[in-house]
Design a protein around this ligand. Structure first.
Ligand code: MRU
Length: 340
């Protein structure tokens, strides 16, 4: 099994997804600032993967940074938590990891560093398990012969385990014939670089389409299910995910094509209201340039929003690690929360 991010022999180890598909590069580090850089530059990306990276970052702080007392370590962990949130502010999994670590340690603990590491390792292990459960719950929504559209990358390269939406597709493809339409996902091309790479490895048939092709295929009945991941899900049922998700959901709804979201509970933000969610705005250069080559006049301006928000009315089901939240998702989220 491909493990995108892990802690091994005292190092945090991750696949640099910016280099794929041309190069498979694994980076090892003991430096928490290097992990923050990796999150910021999207060497590590995908909500569950950056949640795991945030947890490992705090573990590296506890293991290798200099401090004289538990109080000082606490201070450092808080400082690094701030830096992590600034690196990528939208995906809730970063906040979930930080909250879990900071609320489960106390200054009186004797081996505080070990405690932080153990929680971080648990966060990683639990994501692997959550992915498997999502795949298990979700696989039955997929029928033999389905033509599924997926957006961005939600596979092993976006999580610690087999992935969320793409994990479902992989599981379903074990005994069903499927075809996957992969959106390029401008500007960072997570679809054509990463999802295609994962589907290739798994020998699942697919075609890459430009983002703007999707609506036309949905209208023409060429796609009969849309399956995406999430960076944050609010109690109101709003789903924050890769820019373009909202458009796909709206068009799917218009043509009555089922629109499914897959995510672990670590993506669920029980507190924030929609207006409190920060939508990450990334550098215009990601749109205007590819490597050294300009795609637009050098003085052109660009708005590079990384995520958008989809209304709960457009969502047929949210597949989580504790079960499927069916339409109306807003009402049914409450039922799931009450149980866990
Ligand atoms: O900007 P990215 O590549 O981190 O965005 C990733 C997505 O939007 C995914 O759909 C989401 O994180 C879920 S990954 C299982």
């Amino acid at each position: 099994m491909l493990i995108n991010i892990k802690f091994k022999d005292g190092y945090a180890e991750f696949i640099n997804t910016n280099k794929l598909p041309s190069k498979y590069e694994v980076i090892k580090t003991k430096d928490p600032d290097r992990l923050i850089q990796a999150i910021k530059d999207m060497e590590i990306r995908g909500a569950p993967a950056i949640g795991a990276a945030a947890a490992l970052c705090l573990a590296l702080v506890a293991l290798y940074k200099e401090y004289k007392s538990n109080e000082e370590l606490f201070e450092l962990l808080n400082q690094y938590s701030e830096k992590l949130i600034k690196a990528r502010p939208t995906a809730y999994n970063i906040y979930a990891s930080i909250n879990r670590i900071l609320t489960n340690i106390n200054v009186k603990e004797e081996s505080l560093a070990e405690k932080v590491l153990n929680i971080a390792l648990k966060i990683c292990e639990e994501d692997i398990k959550a992915n498997l459960k999502i795949a298990e719950y979700g696989k039955d929504l997929i029928k033999d012969g389905d033509k599924i559209l997926t957006h961005c990358n939600t596979g092993a390269l976006a999580t610690v385990g087999v992935g969320t939406a793409l994990g479902i597709i992989s599981k379903a493809s074990e005994n069903k014939k499927l075809f996957v339409y992969v959106t390029e996902t401008r500007p960072k091309l997570q679809g054509s670089r990463l999802t295609a790479w994962e589907l290739e490895r798994q020998k699942i048939p697919y075609k890459i389409i430009t983002d703007s092709t999707a609506g036309f295929l949905i209208k023409n009945g060429e796609i009969n299910k849309v399956l995406v991941g999430a960076d944050r899900i609010l109690l109101s049922g709003h789903v924050i995910n890769k820019i373009g998700t909202f458009t796909l959901a709206a068009i799917s709804n218009l043509y009555r094509v089922p629109f499914f979201v897959a995510a672990p509970l670590t993506t669920l933000d029980l507190k924030s209201k929609i207006e409190e969610v920060k939508i990450e705005e990334r550098s215009p250069e990601e749109i205007l340039k590819i490597k050294r080559y300009w795609l637009a006049p050098k003085k052109a301006k660009a708005l590079n929003l990384a995520f958008d928000i989809t209304e709960p009315e457009f969502i047929d089901a949210i597949i989580t690690d504790v079960g499927i939240i069916n339409r109306p998702v807003q009402e049914n989220i409450y039922k799931i929360i009450k149980k866990y």
